[in-house]
Design a protein around this ligand. Structure first.
Ligand SMILES: [Ca+2]
Ligand SMILES: [Ca+2]
Length: 511
């Protein structure tokens, strides 16, 4: 008997055991797929992967004299030219009567634009409270529906803060507000607008029936430790970066990184319909071998239909194989790249790196699930890239189309339910670029997504570039674009110069 068959049986046994423990986990599995199961205790050496993303690591900015931090290119301080700070009067009596920071003109322009577009008030958060609020939560507390809370970067040129992050745990309190960085489309500003959960709970919480107009946009969330499961505290802490409980917020352009909790280290969502898009979810770690749903868990116990679009899940470490769990009912996963994650645990019940569990009808489209590894045993058949597993809620149907799945259809483990293997799927090395899981021009994922896909107005890929280039969407979070170098950035003294001899009868076109 092949090992996979043996483990299928053992996995089934463990599932049965999991469904009938003294704690009544059968009910719990039925009501919440992030559920304690029995697994043999294992010890595996921890291997820390090196970051190779294009976005700068927020925890290691380069210090400069004077306490400022500079980064990127073209960030030299420039004198204010228009719209000076008088439009942002000091509101607190206990701070300096003179503005103690100068905003970069582009940040200031961004704030002006936000003010022009916001349907409510704009509340500014700056570390010194110079513009009204020194903490994000104090601004949320003061905000009303329709308001926008703009969190200014820390240690940006012209903004001088102590510490690199807003150290707090933020709760939206049911408000229909936007909490955003000054320029969510600017990776540098996102990387320097950090909320640090200080290992004291989830970094951001939505648990008061927030809807899609509760928006978190363009922030970096680190050092969350999660929220104790409200119903089943024995499961420990879940949702290190983001905790969503029966709510449907919008989370976009965020970096969710370096969060550690027992399960769902990056994001936990229960019974809502959140929209999670263009987020980079990396280097989070779950610590429990006994709870399914290691990094992202979308658990629709009583309904809901999460949309998980244009996200990268990479370089996370999980004590269970599951990097992305869809539990309960259904979810839509599109244009996601789930790669280079590392499991350090048994694949009990043939849990894959992506697990579909419950009774819904979910979709994976235009995505890449490739190159995730189980360090405990890297044999490819040990941990499938995707699995559809049994639960007492029933069995799921999963549609997969126009996606690059390592191992192809044969690599998906179906314990119960139905795999609908649609058109356009491939099983080919996505040929990522050296950094950032971007596609190279010759990647088989370029122009291989659903040809019928029509992007939403303004929809972008993970880079903020148009979601569809060259007439057809790509697979994964990145849309390949030609690298265009503005003329003023061309090197006037190229490193390589020389001459070539043309064959007879040939000529180069004149410029
Ligand atoms: Ca394309
Ligand atoms: Ca791109």
């Amino acid at each position: 008997m092949k090992r996979k068959e043996v483990w299928s049986m053992l996995g089934l046994m463990f599932w049965v055991a999991a469904l009938n423990p003294p704690l009544g986990a059968q009910e719990k599995l039925q009501t919440d797929p992030v559920t304690k199961i029995s697994q043999p205790a294992m010890d595996a050496s921890v291997a820390v992967m090196e970051a190779s993303e294009t976005r700068p690591a927020p925890s290691e900015p380069s210090a400069q004299a004077g306490g400022h931090v500079d980064f990127g290119l073209n960030r030299e301080p420039r004198p204010l030219e228009s719209g000076d700070l008088t439009s942002y009067p000091l509101q607190s009596g206990d701070v300096s009567p003179e503005p103690i920071v100068d905003l970069l003109p582009e940040v200031q322009q961004a704030i002006d634009d936000i003010r022009a577009q916001s349907r409510g008030n704009v509340l500014l958060v700056e570390c010194n409270g110079a513009f009204g609020y020194s903490t994000i939560q104090s601004a949320i507390d003061a905000a009303a529906d329709g308001d926008t809370v703009v969190v200014l970067p820390r240690n940006f040129v012209g903004i001088d803060c102590t510490g690199d992050a807003y150290v707090e745990n933020v709760d939206f309190l049911g408000k229909a507000i936007t909490v955003q960085s000054a320029v969510p489309a600017d990776d540098d500003i996102v990387a320097h607008t950090i909320i640090d959960g200080n290992q004291s709970g989830s970094v951001v919480t939505f648990r008061n029936a927030e809807g899609t107009d509760s928006v978190l946009d363009g922030l970096t969330l680190i050092h969350g430790s999660g929220t104790v499961h409200p119903v089943y505290p024995f499961q420990g802490r879940i949702g290190g970066g983001v905790f969503i409980w029966e709510a449907s917020p919008t989370i976009s352009r965020c970096v969710i990184q370096n969060n550690v909790s027992q399960a769902a280290a990056a994001i936990y969502s229960r019974s809502g319909s959140p929209l999670i898009t263009t987020c980079l979810i990396r280097e989070n770690e779950n610590t429990s071998r006994n709870v399914i749903g290691g990094v992202v868990a979308l658990s629709q116990v009583s309904g809901g239909h999460p949309r998980f679009f244009d996200n990268v899940i990479s370089q996370n470490i999980s004590k269970t194989p599951t990097m992305l769990l869809v539990g309960g009912y259904s979810a839509e996963i599109r244009n996601c790249t789930i790669t280079d994650n590392q499991s350090q645990g048994f694949s009990i019940g043939e849990l894959g790196f992506v697990v579909i569990l419950g009774c819904g009808e979910s979709t994976i489209a235009d995505s890449v699930v490739w190159g995730n590894q189980n360090l405990y045993d890297p044999t490819p058949d040990w941990t499938p890239q995707i699995s559809i597993n049994v639960s007492t809620m029933g069995c799921s149907t999963l549609m997969v189309h126009h996606s690059d799945i390592e191992g192809g259809q044969e690599g998906i483990y179906v314990q119960c339910g139905t795999l609908s293997w649609g058109g356009g799927n491939i099983n080919a090395d996505p040929l990522f670029a050296a950094v950032g899981y971007h596609l190279q021009r010759h990647s088989p994922c370029v122009n291989a997504g659903d040809p019928a896909y029509v992007p939403s107005p303004g929809e972008t890929d993970i880079d903020g570039e148009p979601r569809v280039h060259d007439g057809r969407v790509d697979m994964g979070a990145d849309e390949w674009q030609p690298m265009l170098i503005p003329p003023d950035e061309l090197d006037p003294a190229p490193m390589y110069a020389g001459s070539i001899e043309l064959p007879p009868g040939h000529a180069l076109p004149l410029p």
